[in-house]
Design a protein around this ligand. Structure first.
Ligand SMILES: CC(C)(COP(=O)(O)OP(=O)(O)OC[C@H]1O[C@@H](n2cnc3c(N)ncnc32)[C@H](O)[C@@H]1OP(=O)(O)O)[C@@H](O)C(=O)NCCC(=O)NCCS
Length: 174
């Protein structure tokens, strides 16, 4: 798995030793319920997520360089794993940032780097992203990074609590 760096962040693989940090952030319902997964109930939940969902070459821990602690997650879902329908040579990006670091430009900084990696290294044709209609902060990050609102919404997403909450679909091309 490749390491990606920005001014303030290091993208690196998740480690089992991150379980405590992950639990601290992912037990907050304001993270999971906006991102589409259930809040973690115990540190063991977080450890299990690190061992399964995060154990691949396309999901990174976002480490704050200044402290060495994990404060978020970013990655892409390749064809077959995404929450929405995408093309065979496309990917969908996803992310969250722990609440104490919201609105400091960190997700925007990370997403710019993720986009460069996806187009320059992985050579995807189109990147996709989606967010619940009631999560404007995420849509704003997408727009700041060059994603366009496709005008489409989807009610058939695999996301947690998505039955009555449509997701807005965004796309980005080079
Ligand atoms: C969405 C999220 C990743 C944004 O992370 P962040 O590091 O705070 O993002 P940034 O600071 O780079 O940018 C946030 C932007 O949203 C804007 N914003 C914040 N709250 C907003 C709101 N309620 N309505 C509209 N815009 C809002 C900020 O003003 C900022 O835009 P600006 O730079 O033009 O002022 C973070 O809030 C988060 O993790 N939320 C919970 C999980 C989640 O929603 N994940 C995404 C799932 S699609």
């Amino acid at each position: 798995m490749e390491t990606i760096e920005t001014d303030r962040l290091r993208f690196r693989p998740w480690r089992e030793s991150d379980a405590e940090d992950l639990f601290r952030w992912a037990s907050d319902p304001d993270i999971g319920e906006r991102a589409g997964w259930p809040p973690h109930q115990t540190i063991d939940d977080s450890l299990a997520v690190i061992r399964t969902i995060f154990s691949n070459d396309h999901t990174w821990a976002l480490e704050l360089k200044q402290s060495g602690h994990v404060i978020g997650c970013m990655g892409y879902y390749p064809y077959g794993e995404s929450n929405i329908e995408i093309g065979e040579h496309d990917a969908e990006v996803g992310y969250w940032i722990a609440k104490p670091w919201w609105n400091q430009g960190l997700c925007t900084e990370a997403l710019h780097a993720m986009i460069d990696y996806c187009f320059d290294e992985k050579e995807f044709d189109t990147l996709w992203a989606d967010c619940f209609v009631d999560n404007p902060a995420s849509g704003r990050v997408m727009e700041k990074c060059g994603f366009r609102d496709t005008g489409r919404t989807n009610l058939l997403s695999r996301l947690y609590h998505s039955q009555s909450r449509p997701v807005k679909i965004y796309s980005c091309q080079r």
